[in-house]
Design a protein around this ligand. Structure first.
Ligand code: MEV
Length: 327
């Protein structure tokens, strides 16, 4: 039996536009998903408990499932199980063991579908745990590649490498098309606000694709996000947190224009700005879930705790550890 874990992430800049080849800078944070894989003689069994959802448990045998008392849409639960199924396909391929079956147990501190990269973390950790359980060790680069294939399959060929590369490597990374590498980042004072909801990544990505096809100015908006990211990289190198914050605000406006924000995400962003944060934006696919703000003072955290629609607010640190074996 092997347990591996991988971190969630926030997007400092660039989600959605990264799907069209623009650069993005996600940063791993200290919330992790753990996956335990135990080989069994036949038949898959998957159990998941998402700690953020108070004992959400799913038992899934490839056909049916049982999830008492949770308010996550069925489609999300199915998507989560889809990531695990695809990760197992990657494990079988990497270990050249097409018949291998597992009992998989997932424990995650990362809320499902909330923009903090839960699916990428589960995919990376499942690939690491499954291959090690079969006595095969693969490189982080191969884990990132296989975790990307998982996301790309589940998201109907509409995924970037950003989430999976970041979760596998940890720290801050830069992704532009197939070019992925780790970058230096100062310690950034992240504050996260979570509205308790979730967005459907596949549907949100498809919505942006439609708008981009229909309106030239939507395509321009995506290119403008790329420009924001390039300026953001300069600000990161210069350790200019004020400019990083300004650019996060800009990035949020452009994501709103693409239709992926929501009333609660906007309320949390404005509550953070009114509290004097350096900048705030939604993170991930949007539609609900989380915002990320920069604030070294306690003000934003306190303001978010009192914001209608914000279920939870917490600080998060950059986590330089990517996927790792726990036991
Ligand atoms: C989702 O976490 C990030 C998106 O850019 C999709 C992707 O990059 O695959 C919206």
């Amino acid at each position: 039996m092997v347990t591996a874990s991988a971190p969630g992430k926030v997007y400092l800049f660039g989600e959605h536009a990264v799907v069209y080849g623009e650069p993005a800078v996600p940063c791993a944070i200290g919330l992790r998903a753990s996956v335990t894989a135990e080989e069994r003689s036949a038949g898959m069994r998957i159990q998941a408990s998402d700690l953020s959802l108070d004992g959400f448990t799913v038992e899934y045998d490839g056909e049916g499932r049982d999830h008492p008392d949770i308010d996550v849409p069925d489609t999300l639960v199915q998507a989560a199980m889809g990531y695990v199924d695809e990760a197992v396909t990657q494990v079988r391929e990497a270990a050249d063991a097409p018949e291998a079956s597992f009992e998989i147990t997932i424990e995650s501190e990362i809320p499902l579908g909330a923009g903090l990269g839960s699916s990428a973390a589960v995919a990376a950790a499942a690939i690491e745990a499954g291959t090690r359980e079969l006595g095969v060790e693969i490189t982080p680069t191969e884990i990132a590649e296989r975790a990307y294939r998982v996301e790309n399959t589940v998201q109907d060929g509409q995924a970037s490498r950003a989430d999976t590369f970041c979760s596998t490597m940890g720290g801050a990374v830069r992704v532009e098309g197939d070019d992925c590498h780790s970058i230096e980042s100062p310690d950034l004072p992240f504050v996260i606000g979570y509205d308790g909801g979730a967005g459907d990544t596949g549907a949100l990505v498809a919505g942006v694709r439609e708008r981009r096809k229909e309106y030239e100015f939507a395509a321009d908006t995506i290119e403008a996000i790329g420009d924001v990211v390039r300026r953001g990289e300069q600000a990161l190198t210069a350790n200019d947190t004020e400019e990083i914050g300004n650019l996060m605000d800009f990035n949020h406006g452009l994501l709103s224009a693409l239709g992926v924000s929501s009333r609660t995400l906007d309320s949390m962003v404005w509550a953070a700005r009114n509290a004097g944060c350096l900048g705030a934006k939604l993170t991930g696919a949007g539609g609900g879930g989380c915002i990320v703000a920069l604030d070294p003072t306690p003000e934003t955290l306190t303001a978010l705790e009192y914001t209608h629609g914000c279920e939870e607010a917490f600080r998060a640190e950059l986590d330089t550890d990517g996927v790792r074996v726990e036991s």
